[in-house]
Design a protein around this ligand. Structure first.
Ligand code: NAI
Length: 259
C-alpha cells in the first residue's frame, strides 16, 4: 500500500528546490499534492513535472503568498470545497538574504521573519484549524502531520544571516509549541533542519568554488546535500511511519555540527 494513499497534502514554496522534491515524493507515493507559492507559472511547471510519470495526475497548484492571511483563508476554503479535508501540511516556503545587523533595514528583517516564521503561525492557525476539524470527523483515526522546514542556521547562527538564523530558531521552537497544542487532535508536528543543500536558494553561493570547498571541509560527509535527501526526511516525518514523533527536529546537515 502506498504510504500516502488517500492523503491530501499542501506544500508551500513548492515551485522549486526542497518543496518541489517533497511534493514529488508524496505524489509518487499515492498522495494528492497542492503546490502553493506566489508565481503560478512556476508552480504549473512543477506540477507538470510531477504529474508526467504518473498514470493519474496528483499535483495541482494554488497561488498564495504565505505571509498573506487572506490568501491562506482562500486556500483553506478551496481545500474544503475541493477535498473536504486534508492531512499533511509542509511549511517549506523560505527566503534569506545577507546582511549585518548594523546595516540592515527593519524592512528586510521583517520580510525574512514573515516568510520563514510568521508564515508557520498563519498556516498552522488557518490550515491547521481545517485539519483539526477533519480529525474530529474521523476521530483521529488517520495520519495527520505538519512538517516545518527549519535550518541548520536555527541551531548555529550565521554571522551574515541574523534575521534568517533567528527566524529558523523560532521555527524549531514554534514546532514544539504547535506539537503540544495539536496533539489533542492527533496531528503531529515536527521540523527538519537541512544543512547546505543545492537549490535555487543556494545556487549563487554554490557557484563560488571557495565557498563550496569550505562546506566540503567543514562537513563530515564532505559534500553539499540534495533536495531529494531532504524530501526523504520530510516524507518520513509526514507519514505514519513517524507516528510516535512529535515536537522533534531532525537535523540533516551531513555532519556539519559535529565537526
Ligand atoms: P527555494 O528558493 O527553491 O525554495 C523556497 C520557495 O519558497 C521558493 O519556491 C519561493 O518562491 C517560495 N517562497 C518564498 N517566499 C514566499 C512567499 N511569501 N509565499 C509563498 N512562497 C514563497 O529554496 P530551498 O532551498 O528549496 O528552500 C526551501 C526551504 O528550505 C526554505 O525554508 C529554506 O529556508 C530551507 N533551507 C534551505 C537550505 C538550503 O541549503 N537550500 C538549508 C536550510 C534550510
Amino acid at each position: 500500500m502506498a504510504r500516502f494513499a488517500d492523503c491530501v497534502a499542501v506544500i508551500t514554496g513548492a515551485g522549486s528546490g526542497i518543496g518541489k522534491a517533497a511534493a514529488a515524493r508524496i505524489a509518487n507515493e499515492g498522495g494528492k499534492v497542492i503546490l502553493v507559492g506566489r508565481t503560478r507559472s512556476k508552480l504549473e511547471e512543477a506540477a507538470r513535472e510531477i504529474n508526467r510519470p504518473l498514470r493519474i495526475p496528483a499535483a495541482e497548484v494554488f497561488s498564495a503568498d504565505v505571509t498573506d492571511e487572506e490568501d491562506l483563508i482562500e486556500l483553506a476554503e478551496y481545500i474544503e470545497v475541493q477535498y473536504g479535508d486534508f492531512h499533511i501540511l509542509i511549511n517549506n516556503a523560505g527566503v534569506s538574504s545577507k546582511g549585518k545587523i548594523l546595516e540592515m533595514d527593519a524592512k528586510d528583517w521583517d520580510h525574512v521573519q514573515s516568510v520563514n516564521l510568521k508564515s508557520v503561525f498563519l498556516t498552522a492557525k488557518i490550515l491547521g484549524g481545517l485539519m483539526a476539524k477533519g480529525a474530529a470527523r474521523t476521530r483521529g483515526n488517520d495520519n495527520r502531520a505538519i512538517v516545518n522546514v527549519a535550518s541548520l542556521s536555527g541551531h548555529q547562527a550565521g554571522a551574515l544571516i541574523p534575521h534568517y538564523s533567528s527566524a529558523k530558531a523560532g521555527v524549531i521552537n514554534l514546532t514544539r509549541s504547535l506539537a503540544l497544542e495539536f496533539a489533542q487532535y492527533g496531528i503531529r508536528v515536527n521540523s527538519v533542519s537541512p544543512g547546505f543543500i543545492e537549490t535555487p536558494l543556494t545556487e549563487k553561493g554554490l557557484q563560488n568554488d571557495k565557498f563550496v570547498k569550505a562546506i566540503e571541509r567543514n562537513t563530515a560527509l564532505q559534500r553539499v546535500g540534495t533536495a531529494d535527501e531532504i524530501a526523504n526526511i520530510i516524507a518520513f516525518l509526514a507519514s505514519s511511519e513517524a507516528s510516535y514523533m512529535t515536537g522533534s527536529d531532525v537535523l540533516a546537515d551531513g555532519g556539519w555540527l559535529i565537526k
